[in-house]
Design a protein around this ligand. Structure first.
Ligand SMILES: [Zn+2]
Length: 296
C-alpha cells in the first residue's frame, strides 16, 4: 500500500496533476451528515491549488492525505470524487460566523474558511436525588479533576492508521433522545450542555461497538459512572457512560457489533440508559449525524 502510494505521488509530481490515481481506486467513503452548526460537522473541501502545493511538499513520503487542523486539532481527511474533504467536528461552544481549517503547504500556511450557522438548543430541567451530583464535595472535585484529564486524553487521540471509517451503528437498540446540545439545569442550577445522545434501555441490555476500534480507557467516573472509550482512528473516539458492566479491556481491539458492556444507571443519572458521546477532532458532536438510520 505504502509503495503504491509513493509511486502515485511520484506520478503526480511528474505530471503536475493532482487528479490523484488513488481516488479512482477508492469507493466513495460513507460520511457523517453535514450540519454546519455548533455541535455539528462541516465537510470542508481542500482547493486543488492547495492540494498541489502540499503534494510538492510531501513527495517522497508515504503520506498522501493533506494534514489539516481546526482550533489546533487534526481533522479527519477523506478522498471523495477527486477531491480532498476535511470532515470537521464543530464544538458546541463555537460562535456562529466564519471559521477556518489550517494546512501547511510548500508556500507556507494556508487556510480554508467555512461558515458556522447559529442553532438554538432547548433547555432541559432535571431533578437529581444525590445533591453531591449537583454540588460536589471538595474531595469529589479533586477526583473529578483527575477523571476529566483521563477523559480528555482519550477523547483527544488521533490515530492515523488505515483509511478513515466514519460510519457508526447505533450501539444499543432503544428509544433515542434528541437532547444533544440541550442546556442543562440540575435542581435549578445551570450546568454544562448535554454533549451526547441518551438511549433508554433496561439495565443489562448489551452495548455493541458501533465500528471497529481499540479500547483506550475504562473506569468508574464520578459523573459518568462506569465508562469506556473506543478509538476508531482519525480523531473519531466514542464514549459509553453509566454502564452496569464493562466487558472489554484497555488495549483490546473490538469489531463492529462486538459486545463491550451493558446498560446501567451508574454515576449522575435519573434512570438506566446509555449516554453515548462521539468526539471528532475532540469536538463532542451530535452522534445522530453518524447513523444511517436516523429514526428515533
Ligand atoms: Zn446523557
Amino acid at each position: 500500500m505504502a509503495s503504491a502510494m509513493a509511486s502515485c505521488l511520484l506520478l503526480a509530481g511528474v505530471l503536475f496533476a493532482w487528479t490523484h490515481p488513488v481516488f479512482a481506486q477508492e469507493t466513495a467513503p460513507w460520511l457523517p451528515r453535514e450540519s454546519r452548526v455548533p455541535g455539528g460537522i462541516a465537510w470542508v473541501e481542500i482547493p486543488s491549488a492547495i492540494s498541489e502545493e502540499i503534494s510538492g511538499e510531501i513527495s517522497g513520503s508515504s503520506t498522501v492525505a493533506p494534514v489539516a487542523t481546526f482550533e489546533g486539532r487534526r481533522t479527519a481527511m477523506v478522498a471523495q470524487g477527486g477531491r480532498w474533504l476535511a470532515i470537521v467536528g464543530i464544538p458546541l461552544a463555537t460562535q456562529p460566523g466564519e471559521h477556518a481549517i489550517e494546512l501547511r503547504t510548500a508556500q507556507g500556511p494556508a487556510k480554508v474558511s467555512f461558515r458556522v450557522d447559529d442553532k438554538q438548543y432547548r433547555t432541559q430541567h432535571l431533578t437529581l436525588q444525590n445533591q453531591r451530583h449537583v454540588n460536589p464535595d471538595p474531595e469529589d472535585l479533586a477526583r473529578i479533576r483527575k477523571e476529566t484529564e483521563r477523559s480528555d486524553a482519550a477523547l483527544s487521540l488521533f490515530t492515523a492508521s488505515g483509511l478513515p471509517s466514519l460510519h457508526l451503528d447505533a450501539p444499543v437498540k432503544g428509544r433515542r433522545s434528541d437532547s444533544y446540545g440541550s442546556r442543562r439545569v440540575f435542581n435549578g442550577q445551570p450546568r454544562n450542555p448535554h454533549s451526547g445522545m441518551d438511549i433508554a434501555a433496561p439495565k443489562g441490555t448489551p452495548i455493541h461497538s458501533p465500528a471497529p476500534g481499540r479500547i483506550v480507557e475504562t473506569g468508574n467516573f464520578f459523573f459518568n459512572g462506569n465508562t469506556l472509550y473506543i478509538d476508531h482512528g482519525h480523531g473519531l473516539v466514542t464514549m459509553y457512560c453509566h454502564l452496569d458492566t464493562i466487558r472489554a479491556e484497555v488495549g483490546e481491539r473490538v469489531e463492529r457489533g462486538q459486545v463491550i458492556g451493558t446498560v446501567g444507571a451508574t454515576g449522575r443519572v435519573t434512570g438506566p440508559h446509555l449516554h453515548w458521546g462521539v468526539a471528532l477532532n475532540r469536538a463532542m458532536v451530535d452522534p445522530a449525524l453518524f447513523l444511517k438510520d436516523t429514526a428515533r
